[in-house]
Design a protein around this ligand. Structure first.
Ligand code: ADP
Ligand code: MG
Length: 686
């Protein structure tokens, strides 16, 4: 077998130039090349009769040329080539452009196989620029052809050829999966899978190949995460917090009664904190379920045991809000909270850094500024990240490195179905707050079409006249995307229209991602202080902000958002004592959109919404995959392959349960694979 680490340049058909292009696609070695999987397949295997071909159909025919190739030159470089072919059922006209050399290849009386897209005009069949083969040869037709992710620098044909050359170089690939797994799950060999995924004999074989490779990929990822978790639990020594510091000191002093769910979660956290293993816990809880107070109480325990706490917030607005709230609740216990946000003067910042380093500051709340090198803690014991999906795992680990195996609490408001949570956060323990505080207001939700726009506007005016405020959220779009679908409203455009026409007598402002942090902050501050009636924004307001006086959330082009995201946005209202409303404006209404909007109007349970969203959309950007830090897979698709994921999870739990470090002889090859994957995806480890 050829060394899979061999540089791509030594594969036949790859010179220095092409190597560079392949490098850009992430292909450096022979192994990268053979694991560069097709994104699709074109079935050129079935031969149709010309008489059966439909307009617009892509298929193959076998036909004999009945006229010589007619070449018409149009100026010096341009030409049209035409031939007529027949197959005993009908005739068909074939046209090529600018390929006069075909004169020597397309011969009268010869039979070829052509593949391309057919047009039928007035019963006359035509095909433009088909690929073709002489019947005995099967280079371009007569089989299933892989289609690779597009790039304009290298043509499909060329990359197919290079991959074919690569595959013929490697010979027989070693098996990496233990035999007992292959048998139990009825998987084909790695060698066969790799070859068939590129050039499948038929679609049945393709399915088997894909299943095998998906299985490998998911299993490796799940095993790696579980291995990490069990090592964390068994091998790494963390901080043991003081058993005599009681969370109930704060709990009993709060202005409200904690929910049962909050208390349960705090019990999990307390146990983690008092044990020697470092806490690595994900805290999931719907918007408004009261995660912040859980973080506060955990912070109290850490500080009173002699440690510092870092609270990482995704936006400055939120960091400031936390700082206020922490001070309000914890200030009275002599705990010092320090903010570290952008926009501080150099002197303020220097003093804050000093207090963090000498230990005067107990709880440090900030944005990404906390990750900077010059932030040095005296004794960091607990790290809390709020709204995890805004932070890469890498960022999480760089703050963790500022302490010595500190405890980590990751909070997220995005409800994640359990199967997915296991792969997204497989290295973490999970606690869920599945209940809202009793005083929470139900948000009346309506889905409306454009026709009702005036009524909505009148309603907004009525609410503002009562003293309330209103959010209007627009999807994030580049102008150029507008052309196809219904006209989408950009935040700036819409704000202008509101300011100048519809809501002239009211105070309308706009907030969007391209503004400077300081500008955003000012606008938000003014909104909080009731100096703005209507805040038109992109989704920058999605996370965490608390403006109890705002009672209306209007979402433009709601069909553009994921349900989970709509739910997050809706959570911005209903935070005060007032009746609150969420109005989902939809551009166009097909059945699927209607069904999705119905879910929003019928339930306010985030978990139900997330499950439904996944079920309905099936794939694609269920809460924005990138943003969520879902590891990128080469072939597996967490949505499409949900069944495989479940199978793999059960298997991974069983394997790790019996062989935590994957040391058994039969698991050694698996371990190698896990280590390799995790080295390559280093950002996943913490
Ligand atoms: P989230 O989970 O979305 O971060 P927050 O922690 O911001 O929610 O809580 C929302 C609001 O609910 C805050 O004003 C908080 O003080 C309040 N809150 C939290 N827990 C309770 C409770 N058990 N009862 C009443 N109000 C609570
Ligand atoms: Mg929050």
């Amino acid at each position: 077998m050829t060394d899979l680490k061999m540089e791509i340049q030594y594969v036949k058909g790859v010179g220095p130039n092409r190597a560079k292009i392949l490098n850009k696609l992430g292909i450096f070695t022979l192994e990268d090349l053979i694991t560069y999987y097709p994104r699709d397949y074109e079935d050129r295997s079935k031969i149709k009769n010309i008489s059966d071909v439909q307009d617009g159909e892509k298929c193959s025919i076998e036909a004999t040329v009945i006229t010589g190739l007619n070449v018409r030159m149009l100026g010096r470089y341009k030409s049209i080539e035409k031939a007529i072919v027949k197959d005993g059922t009908d005739t068909c006209m074939i046209t090529w452009f600018n390929q006069p050399y075909l004169r020597t290849q397309i011969k009268r009386g010869e039979t070829y196989r052509f593949f391309g897209k057919f047009q039928v005009k007035n019963g006359v069949k035509e095909i433009n620029s088909p690929v073709f083969d002489i019947i005995e040869k099967n280079n371009n037709t007569g089989k299933i052809i892989p289609v690779y992710p597009l790039t304009y620098e290298i043509k499909g044909n060329a990359i197919r050829k290079v991959i074919q050359n690569g595959l013929s170089l490697v010979g027989n690939l070693d098996e990496i999966m233990p035999q007992y797994i292959l048998d139990k799950y009825n998987l084909i060999s790695y060698n066969e899978a790799i070859k068939e995924i590129h050039f499948p004999k038929d679609f049945e074989t393709f399915r088997k190949a894909r299943r095998r490779l998906v299985f490998d990929e998911l299993l490796t990822m799940q095993l790696g995460l579980l291995k990490l978790k069990s090592q964390n639990n068994n091998e790494i020594k963390g901080i043991k917090y003081d058993k005599n510091v009681n969370m109930s000191d704060v709990i009993n002093d709060l202005p409200f009664k904690l929910t049962k769910a909050q208390l349960n979660v705090l019990e999990d956290i307390n146990q983690d904190m008092e044990s020697e293993k470092p806490m690595n816990r994900l805290l999931q809880g719907d918007v408004g379920s009261g995660k912040t107070v859980v973080a506060m109480i955990s912070a109290y325990k850490a500080v009173k045991s002699g440690y510092q706490v870092a609270i990482l917030a995704p936006t400055m607005i939120l960091a400031k809000q936390h700082l206020n709230n922490f001070n309000k609740i914890l200030g009275k216990y002599g705990i010092v909270c320090e903010g570290l946000v952008g926009g501080m003067t150099a002197k303020q910042k220097r003093l804050a850094l000093e207090r963090i380093e000498n230990g005067e500051a107990d709880i440090i709340i900030g944005t990404h500024a906390l990750l900077e090198e010059n932030v040095i803690f005296k004794k960091l014991g607990l790290v809390v990240t709020d709204e995890q999906h805004r932070f890469g795992v890498k960022q999480r680990s760089s703050i963790i490195a500022k302490g010595e195996n500190p405890d980590v609490l990751v909070m997220t408001a995005t409800p994640i179905p359990r199967t997915l949570a296991l792969i997204l956060y497989g290295d973490l323990d999970i606690s869920i707050i599945d209940e809202l505080p009793p005083n929470r207001k139900h948000v009346e939700t309506y889905a409306v079409s454009r026709r009702l726009e005036n009524r909505v506007n009148e309603f907004v005016k009525k609410e503002i006249n009562k003293g309330r405020q209103c959010y209007v959220v627009c999807p994030l779009v580049e102008e150029s995307e507008d052309e196809e679908g219904p006209k989408l409203k950009s935040a700036i455009e819409l704000a202008e229209k509101y300011q100048n026409e519809i809501f002239k007598e009211y105070r309308v402002e706009v907030l969007h991602g391209k503004m400077k942090p300081k500008e955003k902050d000012e606008i938000m501050e003014r909104f909080k202080n009731k100096e703005i009636d209507i805040l038109v924004s992109t989704t920058v307001i999605e996370v965490g902000v608390d403006v109890p006086n705002a009672s209306i959330m209007i979402i433009e082009n709601a069909e553009r958002f994921g349900l989970a995201q709509l739910h997050q946005l809706r959570g911005r209202v209903g935070r005060g004592e007032y009746e609150s409303y969420c109005i989902l404006k939809c551009g166009s209404g097909n059945e699927l959109i209607k069904e999705r909007m119905d879910i929003m109007t019928q339930t306010d349970n985030g978990f139900v919404i997330a499950e439904k969203d996944l079920e309905l959309r099936g794939s694609g950007d269920f809460f924005g995959t990138k943003q969520h830090g879902i590891p990128e897979f080469k072939i597996a698709n967490l949505f499409q392959d949900m069944e495989a994921l479940k199978e793999v999870q059960a298997l991974a739990i069983q394997i790790i349960g019996q062989d935590m470090n994957l040391e058994k002889e039969e698991n050694k090859p698996l371990n190698k694979l896990v280590e390799k994957t995790f080295k390559e995806k280093a950002e996943i480890t913490i």
